[in-house]
Each structure stands twice: as structure tokens, then as C-alpha cells.
Design a protein. Structure first.
Lengths: 480, 294
């Protein structure tokens, strides 16, 4: 941090807006209950390692109870007129808006991401998602799945820790709009916002069993996706687990959508507006500490502007504020868990060992909690692990190119295919590159933009299926 | 009131002066004219509604035009939220509207309630279309050449709406919501015989974050107001739902002068779920080409 340039007084958002109970049960059939085996686990604040609460650990028996509740609720929920289902979802959207600040603080505590992001990105998008899909519930005949599309049944949904409530919204909103009932398994390290969502379902008067939430770990998730009475599996997380799930559902009639890892290329041409590009690069890799599947983790910069761009980028990184996620001026918060921090650390060390040059701005990290300074690697080759593997942290790998064809070849040289960015003033070049990139989302002169109306999802090993937009409904409807 | 209440039996109710709604304000007619509105069944006096003039209609067009830029430029999400807010506000005055609809249309309490509820739900239905219609009626076109080619719907502009004559609230909402959800602004001529639910709806609109001028509500003689609107050079479209066949034909002729988009009356069943026609009738399609290449 360059203290000479900027001196900020602390500006912490108050924690008093949220009341976290000392323990939470599983939310099954409209009620909180203890796990059948009575097991619990703790959830921490990654910024301080403080224990926030104790949460029930759901095992196979609990998953079975939740699936039964969802199955029992399915008949009435799917038969309900779409206009009535819509009104439940509109209620949820409104209650999320009303409780947005509380949920933003909660999410920041449990996840470690800056309050500026939960307040300005996560929560508005959560509400918008419910609002958008609410409007689809009574318009399913227009969704492109035939004149009389049908819900699939019980949806098993397993979500990650990087955008806990937003990923819940991406999964739950279209599922309910289409008439499915759901069993959702939030991530082990970020269960709280899903449990608060259960309370929102209560406030909205949602019929029992339509939404069930079973907290736990990977084994809980495996029981859920393997349960014989679920009709649909939706997973967001790592490619490795995604492949396991694809193997699990193979040979069954379960429908599957997967939103997995990425190694997004952010391509900067010499005619790009460089200051704007720097902002996009920073947002692309340091938003949410880089723990974003569509992060622009590979910067491909045209050789002629490499020096100029990197100078500007390093200057900009010197102004990033790393620290207390609840501080309203914080740009980069905590890494979500010790495990994730260890993975980032290991890959960064591999980057050095393989010969890339490591750089971080001078920045003081807090003594407690899980932290990783914003890091840039230059001199990265395509063979380096940091150019090939998803780091899922605030680490940018810089590669260079000379021609558009070379940029495309390098950008596509990955088993992933989730996102890409293009920075140039030339519209025709943007569109040509966009056609050539094997990625599900291409941002031009912007990055990391999300909207409920806009489909999101990957090519290749970044998964299949789309979330968001009209396409997001298809994942939860049967053509008829 | 069946409960014995010494106060209410002795108390004289305060009557509301019904006014026009133009540019976000509630003026009387500039002409100073009113006409008597009566209960549909008994013929009993209900209110003196403004008998709006041609000048009021022209003022309303000016207000609608002024509001068009902001409203059509608002995000679809924002417009959807505001339409949903209208439903929320209407729900809060459900009883009042049911009573007004019962008087206006000569319906039983239960029927009037059901039509009011349907009107509320119709706002919700259209609210949801704000950010979906472009996905259903627009899209990329695979032209045979190196071009990006995208068609998107855009609002046509200021729409004159002749509200249905008999369905005072549900019919009105069914013609108004599809006009404004896509970003058009409206000048509405309420049913002459049953204008009170429309004039009260204006009060709901005024408290729903809907920018002033997006909807302008006039009460008066349909033909007197419709003629200057149909001939107005700054009106882009006209919905003839509330015109009889003879008047509709005349107005359509006048509308030809500046090629207004015209939606003819066709005996709509306001209780049925609408399709997309009332929205697409007031949309333009814009197609953008851009080369693809190095």
C-alpha cells in the first residue's frame, strides 16, 4: 500500500445488522432440524479465523429425508399455476432486497470477500436473479421448450463457496420457476447465507419442502447427487468433482448441468484503451480475490505494449487495499479457507520454480486469517503450471503475443473454455476473435459482467449447460 | 358497515374530487368541464369526472413525449421493478378498487373482487416481460457474410390508448401495461361511462416510482379526445380498444397521416391470458450490422 498517496481512516461496515445464531440445523420440509446422526461442524470467518457458528452435518439419512420432502412437495408445486409460483419468487426477490445489507455483511463474514462486493455485486444480482426468473414462471410456454414444458422433478444442487448466495440464486430461482423442488447443498466453508435464505423462504410463505437445504461437505454432496430419487443434478465447482459427478449420473435418467473451472484469457491489443484495460485486468483477476471460475487469470498482451501496460498495471496494483473485508474501502479481502490458501501458495511457488518472475505490490497482510497478496507473474510460458492450472486466487499470469492468430491460439490452448476478454478499439476484430474463441462468455472492453438475463457457462471442460437467461430455464424443463 | 358504530353512522364521508393525471400531476380539465358519472345499476350519482378537452389531450401528448426519453432509456429491469411496484400498490388498495369496479360495472362484490385481483396479477405478468421480450422476439441473425447482425425490439414512442368501454380496470390494465412495459409512454382515454377506476389507478401510478408523464390519464368523451390524438403528428401509435367500429375506422384513417401504428379493436376477452400481440404492436425492430474481421 502506498501510504503517501492514500491514507484512509478505517470505515468498517457494522456487524450489528446481522445476528448469527450459535448453531443451525438442516432445513428440511420447512423446518430446521438436527442432523440424524447429531454431527455438527464449525464455520469460520476467514478474515479472522473466528468461529461464526456451528452447523449440522448432513449425511446420507439427512439427504434422503430432504429428497423425500422435496418429492412430496413436487406435485403441488409443479401443478400450481405459474402465476402463483411467480408471486412466491417475486416475494423472495423483494425480501432479498429488503434484507440485502444484512445478507451482505453475513456473506462477507462467512466468505471473506469485501463488503463492497457483497453489497454492490452479490446481493443486487441475487435479487435480480429471483426477479428475472419469477417473471418466467408464468411464461414457460415462451421459453423455447415447446408449448407445454414440464418441470423435471427434484433438483439436487451443489454450490461452491466463492459466491455462496449468488450461486444459490442461480440454481434455485430457475428451478423453482420451472416448477421443480430443490435440495441444495451449500459449500462446507460458507453455509450461513443459504441457511438465512431458508428464513427468507419462511417469510415468503413458500410451501414446505419446495426448498430444502442440507449443509455438509463433499460426502454430503456426493450422497445428494447419487440419490436415486433426484431427477436433475446441477453442480458448480471444480472440474475434478464435476467429472466425478458426470460418472455418478452416467447410466441414470438424471439430467445434469455443470459449471466448472476456467483459465480465462484476457487479450489486450496494442490499440486498446490501456487505462480502461488495466481496470478490466484488475477486476478480472482480483475481484473476489481471484476466486472466480471465469477470472481473467491469463493476461495475453500484445508485445508492443507489454511494457507500457505492465507499468500501468503495477502502478494500479499499488493502490489496491488488502485487508478487513468489512471495511468499505477494502478492494481485496481474505482467501476463503486455509485449504484454498495452501493451494494458491503451492501453485505460486511452482510458478517461481518453473522460472516465471513473481511480483506483488508492497502490502501488509493481517496477522490472522487467510491472506494472499495480489501477485503478477511475468515471463510465463504456456507450459508453466500457472498458465495451465486454475489457481483460483489473486494470481495473474502474463503471456505475450504478436498477431491476433497467435492470441487466439494461446487463449484456446487450455482444456477449459469458460470466459475470455478482448481489449481493442476495433469492433470488427472483437467480433472475429469472439467467433474464434472457444469460451462460453466473451467480454469485450469489459470483464466480469453478470446479468440474470445473460446465459453463463462453459465450453469443453468448463462444463455444460447454461445458467441465466432463457437458456437457464432449459436446464430445468422437459420439452413438451 | 354492519358493526354498530355511533361515530360512523353519524359521520358524513369525505368525497374525492376525481382529477386527470398529466405529467405526474393531477390537474382539473383546463376547460373547467365535468360530467356526471353514475352507478352502473342504480344510476345513482357517483362523482363529477373531468370532461377533458382537446387541449388537455395535447398537453398529455407533450407530457408523454417529454417522459419518453427517460422511460425508454431505463433498463428493462428497472421498468419491470416499477410495474411490479404498481401491482404492490394496487394490492394495498384492493378493497377500494373492488368497490369502484363493482359500481362502475354493476358487478357483485365477489365478481368485482375477482376482476380487481386479475388486474393486479396482470401487472405482475407484464412486469415479468420487461426483460424477456427481447429474448423472445429479438435475436442474432445468421446473415450470409462476415457480419454480426442483431435485431432488438424498441418502443415506438407515444401511444394513445382508448381504454375498453366496459372493463373499467382489468380491461384498462390489459391495454396499458403492455404499452408501457416496453418503454413507450401513454395517453389514455378512460372509459367514458366508467372512468373512476382509471382515475384512481392514476393515484396508484403516481405512488409506484413510475416517472411522471409515462402514463397520462384523461376522462371525457372518447370521440372528442380520440380525434385530436389520432390526428396528432407527435403520437406514434394508437390502440383503438375503446372505439366502436365506426369511430375506429375514422380514427384509423386519421392515423394514416403520419403512419401511426394502429391496433384495431377485436372483441378482446380481458379475462384470458394475453399473448404478446399487445406488446409487439407498439414495438419497432432495430437491426444492427457490424463487420467481423481483422
Amino acid at each position: 500500500m502506498n501510504a503517501k498517496l492514500f491514507a484512509y481512516a478505517p470505515a468498517p461496515e457494522s456487524r450489528s445488522v446481522v445476528e448469527i445464531a450459535s448453531s443451525y440445523g438442516l432445513f428440511i420440509d420447512g423446518e430446521f432440524r438436527e442432523a440424524a446422526a447429531g454431527k455438527v461442524f464449525k464455520t469460520l470467518a476467514p478474515a479472522s479465523e473466528e468461529v461464526l457458528s456451528e452447523v449440522a452435518y448432513g449425511d446420507e439419512a439427512d439427504v434422503d429425508a430432504a429428497v423425500r420432502a422435496a418429492r412430496a412437495a413436487f406435485g403441488a408445486w409443479s401443478a400450481m399455476p405459474g402465476a402463483e409460483r411467480a408471486k412466491y419468487l417475486f416475494r423472495i426477490a423483494r425480501i432479498v432486497q429488503e434484507r440485502a445489507r444484512e445478507l451482505a455483511v453475513l456473506e462477507t463474514l462467512d466468505n471473506g470477500k469485501p463488503i463492497r462486493e457483497t453489497r454492490d455485486a452479490d446481493l443486487p444480482l441475487v435479487a435480480a436473479h429471483f426477479f428475472y426468473y419469477a417473471g418466467w414462471a408464468d411464461k414457460l410456454a415462451y421459453a423455447g421448450c415447446g408449448p407445454n414444458p414440464r418441470a423435471l422433478g427434484v433438483a439436487a444442487q451443489v454450490i461452491p463457496w466463492n459466491f455462496p448466495l449468488l450461486m444459490l440464486a442461480w440454481k434455485v430461482a430457475p428451478a423453482l420457476a420451472a416448477g421443480n423442488t430443490v435440495v441444495l447443498k451449500p459449500a462446507e466453508t460458507t453455509p450461513l447465507s443459504a441457511l438465512f435464505f431458508a428464513d427468507i423462504c419462511r417469510q415468503a410463505g413458500l410451501p414446505k419442502g419446495v426448498v430444502n437445504i442440507v449443509t455438509g461437505d463433499g460426502a454430503t454432496g456426493a450422497s445428494l447427487v447419487g440419490h436415486p430419487d433426484v431427477n436433475k443434478v446441477a453442480f458448480t465447482g471444480s472440474t475434478a468433482v464435476g467429472k466425478q459427478i458426470a460418472r455418478t449420473v452416467a447410466g441414470t435418467e438424471k439430467r445434469l448441468t455443470l459449471e466448472l473451472g476456467g483459465k480465462g484469457a484476457n487479450i489486450v491489443f496494442e490499440d486498446a484503451p490501456l487505462d480502461q484495460a488495466v481496470e478490466g485486468i484488475v477486476g478480472g483477476i482480483f475481484f473476489n480475490q481471484g476466486q472466480v471460475c471465469c477470472a481473467g487469470s491469463r493476461l495475453l498482451v500484445q508485445e508492443s505494449v507489454q511494457e507500457e501496460l505492465l507499468d500501468a498495471l503495477k502502478r494500479r496494483l499499488g493502490t489496491l487495499r488488502v485487508g478487513d473485508p468489512l471495511d468499505k474501502n477494502t478492494d481485496v479481502g481474505a482467501i476463503n479457507s486455509a485449504e484454498q490458501l495452501a493451494r494458491i501458495t503451492e501453485l505460486a511457488e511452482a510458478g517461481e520454480a518453473e522460472g516465471a518472475q513473481r511480483w506483488s505490490p508492497p502490502c501488509e497482510l493481517p496477522g490472522e486469517g487467510y491472506w494472499f497478496a495480489p501477485t503478477v507473474f511475468t515471463g510465463v510460458s504456456q507450459a508453466h503450471r500457472i498458465a495451465r492450472e486454475e489457481i483460483f486466487g489473486p494470481v495473474l499470469s502474463v503471456l505475450t503475443f504478436r498477431t491476433p492468430d497467435e492470441a487466439v491460439a494461446k487463449a484456446n490452448n487450455t482444456p477449459y473454455g469458460l470466459s475470455a476478454g478482448i481489449w481493442t478499439e476495433k469492433g470488427s476484430r472483437i467480433l472475429k476473435l469472439a467467433n474464434q474463441l472457444r469460451a462460453g462468455v466473451v467480454w469485450a472492453n469489459t470483464f466480469n459482467k453478470f446479468d440474470p438475463t445473460s446465459p453463463f457457462g462453459g465450453y469443453k471442460e468448463s462444463g455444460y449447460g447454461r445458467e441465466g437467461g432463457r437458456h437457464g430455464l432449459e436446464a430445468y424443463l422437459e420439452h413438451a | 358497515m354492519s358493526t354498530p358504530d355511533t361515530h360512523s353512522s353519524a359521520r358524513l364521508s369525505v368525497l374525492k374530487t376525481y382529477k386527470l393525471y398529466v405529467g405526474g400531476k393531477f390537474p382539473r380539465s383546463e376547460s373547467g368541464r365535468v360530467y356526471e358519472v353514475t352507478e352502473a345499476k342504480s344510476g345513482q350519482w357517483l362523482a363529477n369526472a373531468p370532461l377533458a378537452s382537446r387541449k388537455d389531450a395535447r398537453d398529455a401528448v407533450v407530457a408523454a413525449r417529454k417522459a419518453f426519453g427517460g422511460w425508454s432509456g431505463a433498463t428493462a429491469y428497472n421498468r419491470g421493478q416499477i410495474l411490479y411496484r404498481i401491482a404492490e400498490m394496487l394490492e394495498g388498495r384492493r378493497e377500494q378498487f373492488a368497490a369502484e369496479v363493482a359500481s362502475a360495472e354493476g358487478l357483485s362484490k365477489a365478481k368485482a373482487q375477482a376482476r380487481t385481483d386479475a388486474a393486479i396479477d396482470r401487472w405482475v405478468w407484464y412486469a415479468g416481460w420487461s426483460d424477456k421480450l427481447a429474448q423472445v422476439v429479438g435475436g442474432g441473425n445468421p446473415v450470409a457474410g462476415p457480419f454480426f447482425n442483431l435485431s432488438t425490439p424498441e418502443p415506438t414512442g407515444v401511444v394513445a390508448v382508448l381504454a375498453p368501454r366496459s372493463s373499467s380496470l382489468l380491461g384498462l390494465v390489459s391495454v396499458l401495461a403492455p404499452v408501457i412495459v416496453t418503454g413507450n409512454t401513454a395517453v389514455v382515454v378512460a372509459s367514458k361511462a366508467a372512468p373512476l377506476p382509471a382515475l384512481s389507478l392514476a393515484e396508484v401510478l403516481a405512488t409506484s416510482d413510475l416517472p411522471g408523464g409515462v402514463v397520462n390519464m384523461l376522462s371525457g368523451d372518447t370521440a372528442e379526445l380520440a380525434r385530436p390524438l389520432a390526428a396528432h403528428q407527435d403520437v406514434n401509435a394508437i390502440d383503438l380498444a375503446g372505439a366502436d367500429a365506426e369511430l375506429a375506422a375514422e380514427l384509423e384513417g386519421a392515423a394514416a397521416e403520419n403512419l401511426k401504428r394502429v391496433l384495431r379493436p377485436d372483441g378482446d376477452d380481458w379475462a384470458a391470458e394475453p399473448g404478446l400481440e399487445r406488446m409487439t404492436a407498439f414495438l419497432e425492430t432495430k437491426t444492427v450490422w457490424h463487420p467481423i474481421g481483422a
